[in-house]
Design a protein around this ligand. Structure first.
Ligand SMILES: [Zn+2]
Length: 192
């Protein structure tokens, strides 16, 4: 499997200067190391993994997202993906969801959030110069992924700070007060 850290280092647990630097910079963490080690074992049984590429793993609380390179999962049969997911879930002790990367952050988001549909996207520049992406989904009930997990995933994989909203929300009794926009100076600008 194509890994961002040397497979030799992963097997021995001693990281070369290049890999150490990646770990120190926080590009990869303990979870990534654990998942990559597992993949090195699993590629003997799941031989199609040998041609796959590892991108990142994100612990989203209830679910661990394991992201493979764009196009990698398509080569597996549905049954094989289910088996692989099951083995990873057992080994990591948490529900695992395998996803493919997409160079387009919005398409990546849509893939993970389906069946929820993105109806609008706005970029918001905060007074401190940072940028947030406000995404409006069609209906709260269609979003099966936890909002916090989705935010963490997009931040760690795409460096994107998300604000999530819905066109329609589940009815939760009396109408809640509209939230004040974050940062009174926040400028809203439509993205292209
Ligand atoms: Zn290395």
């Amino acid at each position: 499997m194509e890994l961002p850290l040397c497979s030799f280092d992963l097997r021995t647990g001693i990281f070369c200067p290049r890999c150490s630097e990646k770990l120190e910079r926080g590009l990869y963490n303990d979870l990534d190391v654990r998942v990559m080690k597992l993949f090195l074992e699993l590629e003997k049984k799941f031989t199609k993994l040998q041609k796959a590429g590892y991108v990142k793993s994100v612990d989203g609380g209830d679910t661990i997202f394991v992201i493979l390179r764009s196009g990698d999962l398509g080569r597996f049969e549905v049954r094989e993906v289910a088996q692989l997911r099951k083995v990873l879930s057992e080994e990591l002790g948490k529900h695992v969801r395998l996803i493919e990367d997409n160079p387009d952050p919005l398409k990546f988001l849509e893939g993970v959030a389906a069946p929820a549909r993105v109806v609008a996207v706005n970029k918001i520049w905060l007074p401190d110069g940072s940028e947030e992406t406000r995404v409006i989904f069609d209906h709260e009930r269609n979003l099966k992924v936890g909002e916090e997990a989705l935010k963490k995933l997009l931040e760690e994989v795409k460096g994107m700070k998300l604000m999530i909203d819905f066109e329609k929300r589940r009815f939760r009794g009396p109408q809640r007060k509209e939230r004040a926009p974050r940062g009174a100076m926040a400028r809203e600008k439509s993205s292209t």
